[in-house]
Write a protein that binds this ligand. Structure first.
Ligand code: S3P
Length: 172
């Protein structure tokens, strides 16, 4: 079975959905953010503040290369991963890339209580969410399939993805 890559913007439910799928399908859960943090030995927040976003993106590229080589994994990809076409190419080699979406207002609601995402620690997070979604949309659209989680629980989103996987198998 192919790996499953859960991509999409921050706050679309990637981590919850990826963990549910990994438990249901008996596949290992891998987070590219955690791989970066393990390699750097500091949190993403600290990487951004001490070394800058450019450094984070390079470390993220390395994490994607490692994750893309793994077998039988559900990959929880950081929100900016697919903006680099090389990352998407690597992930698609062995994986089906599912992009989760949500409305900007929902993303704000889901993310506002946390401070670990440096890109949203700004004065106008909603404006930033809208701006980033607009510039990233063409990249997210290159995923293999898309699910809007705005009105869905993580379990329901995982059900949808399981349906897509079953369909892909029967249509082969
Ligand atoms: C980012 C998303 C974050 C994390 C970093 C940058 C982004 O991951 O990689 O803060 O550029 O969208 P999540 O989408 O898992 O929050």
């Amino acid at each position: 079975m192919k790996n499953i890559v859960i991509a999409g913007f921050m706050g679309t439910g990637k981590t919850k959905v990826a963990k549910i799928l990994s438990a249901r399908l008996n596949m290992k859960y891998v987070s590219t953010d955690r791989l970066v943090e393990e390699k750097e030995g500091i949190s993403i927040r600290e990487i951004f503040s001490k070394k800058g976003e450019g450094h984070f993106r390079k470390a993220e590229n390395g994490a994607i290369k490692d994750a893309a080589l793994m077998e039988n994994v559900v990959i929880d990809a950081g929100g900016g991963v697919v903006v680099d076409p090389e990352n998407l190419k690597n992930l698609k080699k062995k994986g089906m890339v599912v992009c989760l979406w949500a409305d900007p207002g929902i993303i704000l609601e889901r993310t506002k209580k946390y401070t670990h995402r440096p890109l949203l620690n700004v004065r106008d997070p909603l404006g930033k969410i809208k701006e980033l979604l607009k510039s990233r949309r063409p990249f997210y659209e290159r995923a293999d399939c898309h699910i809007d989680t705005s009105a869905m629980s993580a379990e329901e989103a995982a059900d949808e993805i399981e349906g897509v996987i079953k369909n892909a198998r029967t249509n082969r």
